[in-house]
Ligand binder design. Structure first.
Ligand SMILES: [Zn+2]
Length: 788
């Protein structure tokens, strides 16, 4: 019996022992092989993961001319575990041409996990980046003497010509947030920061490769892990072709030299952007390598704001170029017809309101009103549209129909170009005016009919208006990239957007723009060998007016539509027309005639002086900011404290009064009384807070209103009422052919600002959507202000 027990116990014990061993073996297996295999062990001593960077895609212009390519650069990497104790620091510093202090500094930063979160003693860490070819070859010869150091080849961007910096964008080291958002990136990697480089980052960057190498106990490389079974080859990035014509772009940048503003050219049939100039610009080559940070910093302090892409971020009053869109709206809605003629007594005169115009034949019909850019015609058109109670039930309805036309033309919202940072401009609607004015009527908003007042467009939107007219009523969303290697173009860049305007209305506008070139405001436009349609604009401004031009050519088979916007450039004919028409000539003829080449040089040399203030240094602006912030906090704290004190005093007073009353009562009935309830503190506090908040808001609103008041201070020039007021529609005038007295000097300076607008100052802040719009507008005004 005993023997049998012993036998049994032995069996149990050995079974347990075997069980434990088996479990251990399974655990070991799981740890060593099954769990994520090499990935985890690659971080250990035995493996070395070597990243192979793909070459970034190149960027070419529409004719295949190279704009951006790659140049090899070398990073020095270090595995600190291998380096320790073996390095002759002095010799190393000499080989790399750095100081010992620099060496120590770099090592400290590299090991600091706050600055370099991916630090590990066993993996390669970036020691020095972007070594030039020359420095690299000197260092490479001595590399074998510095154990633990490796060279990693990668490429940096290089630019064939110093043009199109805003479109191309740039490439720089990833930020902490880039690494967190996309696990493709590791600290020290490169990423597109602006322009096409950023928008097409995923196409351009390619796919990284990796080599897994095996090391022995001494850290020496033994070869590839499992013969490279787990290695991945890098895939190069996709090449990108732009719609930009490099020669046209270069001419545009030359013509805009010394001026603030933008030029956008579009191929109407495809929506491809042919040129996009934002002035001032900068040399994209300055944004490569170690100096990038310094250049970028300098440019952020420059009051001319060279980093701002005005073509898509500048929001400007479109001035008279906007009249074309008005003509389309009035005509399609049946507000005006071929036989409509409007009077112009040196402008629009009605109910004490005067909007100035230059002298020309009147009454005037649609086509000549475009070619002479008559303010009166478009004011009357809008007036009759907004006060037409047969067609539109209310003023608000009429206003919203107008808004719908504008939105259908691509205004008021982002067009959706393939570049980061596009702004939407501003198209007011009925709700906006309901909020801005207590009461408003068609005259309160009349200035929007001539592209002033609340209306704002980006130069891209003005160019797109030109493309839409060239297409007689449709546009394709403008885009800068024409083709991505091995990929189809995004569908949204192929769709046609029809506006609400009829084809017939667009034909009228085209006739007006052609006549404008023949003998109207664009008479000085050059167009050797092809037909041209154009419209000038002179956008009112507190300083000197802005010079604007919009046009396209050839008239019947349009190849190019263009918008030119020159800040403080004066009349449209002064800068807008020559710059726009020279660029059209360059694109259509592929070159300029000798005479026009000389004209181009003259325009290039004509610089506009802007009253820039001394740029505020970063420390100055930071200090000013912090002073402002401290003052705001101090004031609001003071108010809160005052209110608290007041409330506290009242509370004490009340409590005392109650106590007194209670004691009186007690004296009268000295028996068990229910306790008198005193208002708990909690109930008072939230109320107080709400009040305080309200107070702060009012303060802010007051300040905001102050600003708007300042802007409205400019008094409108109201001339005396002309005795003969045209009552109702002055349509169907005898078909007396309006003399087309077109003078060379196109004075299109409207001297507007309706009285009502000044009287009914927007005391209340517009709410919701319109509030956002106003903010946008204020911002844009600020940017323009700051730019001056
Ligand atoms: Zn006129």
């Amino acid at each position: 019996m005993k023997n049998y027990d012993l036998e049994k116990r032995r069996l149990v014990l050995s079974a347990v022992a075997i069980g434990i061993v088996v479990i251990y073996i399974i655990r070991l297996f799981a740890l060593q092989i099954a769990s994520d295999d090499y990935r985890k062990s690659a971080d250990s001593n035995a493996f070395l993961k070597k990243i192979e960077f793909p070459s970034r895609g190149s960027i070419t212009d529409r004719k295949g001319k190279l704009l951006v390519y790659n140049q090899p650069a070398y990073d020095i990497m270090v595995v600190t575990n291998e380096m320790a104790g073996h390095l002759d620091t002095l010799e190393f510093c000499k080989a790399l041409n750095i100081t010992k202090a620099d060496f120590i500094n770099r090592m400290v930063n590299l090991k600091d996990r706050n600055k370099n979160p991916g630090y590990s003693r066993f993996t390669q860490q970036l020691f020095l980046s972007q070594l030039s070819d020359k420095d690299f070859s000197a260092f490479q010869e001595k590399l074998y003497r510095f154990p633990g150091f490796y060279i990693q080849k990668r490429s940096v961007r290089q630019y064939q010509r110093p043009i199109a910096a805003h479109v191309l964008g740039d490439v720089a080291e990833v930020s902490q947030s880039d690494v967190e958002e996309d696990d493709y990136y590791q600290p020290g990697d490169y990423i597109g920061k602006m322009g096409v480089e950023r928008e097409y980052e995923k196409d351009l960057r390619g796919v990284k490769g990796v080599q897994i190498l095996l090391r022995d106990a001494h850290g020496q490389i033994q070869g590839r892990y499992q013969n490279g079974k787990y290695d991945q080859r890098p895939h190069p990035g996709r090449d990108v072709q732009l719609g930009i014509d490099a020669d046209l772009q270069e001419l545009g940048e030359r013509l805009m030299e010394g001026k603030l503003g933008a030029v956008v050219a579009i191929e109407p049939k495809t929506g491809q952007v042919l040129a996009m100039v934002s002035s001032p610009t900068f040399d994209p080559r300055s944004m490569i390598g170690k100096m990038r940070g310094k250049y970028q910093h300098d440019m952020t302090l420059d009051p001319a704001k060279p980093l701002l892409n005005r073509a898509i971020m500048g929001q400007y009053p479109p001035g008279s170029t906007f009249k074309t869109g008005q003509a389309v709206t009035y005509y399609t809605e049946g507000i005006v017809s071929d036989s409509t003629r409007y009077p112009c007594h040196h402008g629009f005169n009605f109910k004490g309101l005067h909007v100035g115009c230059h002298s020309h034949g009147a009454p005037i019909a649609l086509v000549p009103s475009i070619s002479t850019s008559c303010n009166s015609y478009f004011c009357w058109g809008l007036y009759h549209m907004l006060s037409n109670r047969k067609k539109y039930k209310t003023l608000e309805d009429a206003m919203d129909v107008w808004r719908d036309y504008m939105v259908s033309m691509g205004f008021g919202y982002k067009l959706g170009i393939d570049l980061p940072g596009e702004k939407r401009g501003m198209i007011p609607n009925a709700k906006f005016y309901d909020n801005a004015f207590k009461k408003w009527n068609p005259l309160s908003v009349i200035s929007i009919s001539i592209g002033q007042g609340e209306v704002n467009l980006t130069p891209l939107q003005i160019a797109n208006l030109g493309a839409t007219i060239a297409n007689r009523g449709y546009y394709i969303t403008p885009h800068v990239v024409r083709h991505v290697q091995g990929k189809k173009l995004d569908k949204k860049y192929l769709e046609q957007h029809r506006t609400k305007g009829s084809v017939r209305s667009y034909q009228e506008v085209v006739a007006g723009m052609v006549s404008s070139v023949r003998g109207g405001t664009c008479a000085h436009a050059v167009h050797p060998g092809y037909s041209l349609a154009g419209k000038t604009g002179t956008a009112q401004n507190r300083g000197k007016d802005h010079s604007v031009f919009m046009g396209f050519a050839p008239v019947d088979t349009p190849k190019i539509a263009i918008a030119v916007y020159v800040e403080n450039g004066g009349f449209g004919a002064e800068f807008g027309v020559p710059i726009g028409s020279l660029m059209i000539e360059q694109y259509i003829n592929g070159m300029l005639t000798d005479g026009d080449a000389a004209r181009a040089t003259a325009i290039q040399k004509r610089h506009i002086s802007y009253p820039f203030k001394r740029p505020m240094s970063r420390t100055d602006s930071l200090r000013l900011d912090s002073i402002k912030r401290v003052n705001i906090i101090r004031d609001s704290l003071k108010k809160v404290r005052e209110k608290q004190d007041q409330a506290e005093a009242e509370r004490v007073k009340e409590a005392q009064a109650r106590k007194d009353a209670e004691e009186k009562e007690k004296k009268r009935q000295p028996q068990n009384e229910p306790a008198i309830r005193v208002e708990p503190e909690k109930l008072i506090k939230p109320e107080k807070k709400a009040k305080d908040k309200g107070g702060d808001k009012k303060e802010k609103e007051k300040e905001k209103n102050k600003d708007t008041r300042k802007e409205n201070k400019e008094k409108p020039k109201v001339k005396e009422k002309p005795k003969e007021q045209p009552k109702g529609k002055p349509k169907e005038q005898p078909k007396a052919k309006p003399k087309e007295q077109v003078k060379e000097k196109p004075k299109e300076q409207p001297k507007v600002k309706p009285k009502e607008q000044v009287k009914n100052k927007p005391k209340e802040q517009p709410k919701e959507k319109s509030k956002v719009q106003t903010k946008d507008k204020q911002k844009s005004k600020e940017t323009v202000k700051r730019a001056k």
